[in-house]
Design a protein around this ligand. Structure first.
Ligand code: GLP
Length: 244
């Protein structure tokens, strides 16, 4: 389902509705929400916070799993996705920090990080994600599944493309500080969520969105993996939809 909103603010409202609706379908146990970093979902998180204030939502018992994390940053590092999500998600929607799971990209060896990624994947499978929130990179990546990611990939270490490191340099003191690798949920892992809600706004996402939604299913555009999902809600503003 592709929803085109007039503005980024309206896109955030549509996305919040899709997320809340998806969470309501769980019949037992705690809700499990897959969460994303990036600037795009911030409006959505603001809308979820409004729903909490109105008494329409409550995330105090929700379990969250993040999509990805940088390799080489401790979980206490300011630019780690764990700290970013604590600030931009947990504090905003009232999700306890202890309920936030993030990949661990810090370790003594590649082997150790690889094992941590496999354990993270197993924890996601065991929990079962109700709704996975997604953004999209300008090169079509989702999570940190860069172009060339297998459509069936599991959580693993992934090298960041130059384009992604350039795009994310704004959060660091220069591109040299941006880690070269990440741990990301795989495309196969993401596709196991019962619903995915992908949000994209702004003209810089128009090309990636057109390729992901109307191009061939291809590892060259990891975002195209959403074509395989039986309950994918894609929420765009007019600028991001311009290439459709
Ligand atoms: C990062 C994240 C992605 C996110 C993308 C787009 O690289 N790993 O999950 O979708 O950036 O971010 P933004 O929404 O800021 O454009």
């Amino acid at each position: 389902e592709v929803l085109i909103a007039a503005t980024p603010e309206e896109a955030a409202q549509f996305a919040a509705e899709a997320v809340l609706e998806g969470l309501q379908t769980r019949t037992e146990g705690h809700n499990v929400l897959g969460v994303a970093t990036g600037s795009t979902p911030l409006g959505l998180y603001g809308e979820l916070a409004k729903a909490v204030k109105n008494g329409e939502a409550d995330f105090s018992n929700t379990i969250a799993f993040a999509l990805d994390e940088y390799v080489g940053l401790e979980s206490t590092h300011k630019q780690s996705y764990r700290q970013t999500l604590i600030q931009e998600l947990c504090k905003v929607i009232g999700l306890p920090e202890a309920n936030l799971n993030t990949p661990n990209g810090f370790g003594d060896s590649e082997e150790q990080i690889r094992k941590q990624a496999a354990a993270y994947d197993a924890a996601i499978v065991a929990a079962g994600v109700d709704v996975q929130i997604l953004g999209i990179g300008t090169n079509g990546h989702i999570g940190f599944n860069e172009p060339g990611s297998s459509l069936r990939s599991r959580s693993r270490i992934k090298r960041l493309s130059n384009k992604t490191r350039e795009d994310n340099a704004r959060f660091f003191d220069g591109i040299d500080q941006v880690p070269t690798h990440s741990v990301t949920q795989g495309l196969g892992t993401i596709l196991e969520a019962r619903r995915v809600v992908l949000i994209a706004t702004g003209s810089n996402k128009a090309e990636a969105i057109a390729t992901a939604l109307e191009g061939p299913l291809s590892s060259a555009c990891p975002g195209s993996a959403v074509q395989l999902h039986p309950d994918a809600v894609i929420v765009l503003d007019e600028a991001a939809a311009a290439g459709l």
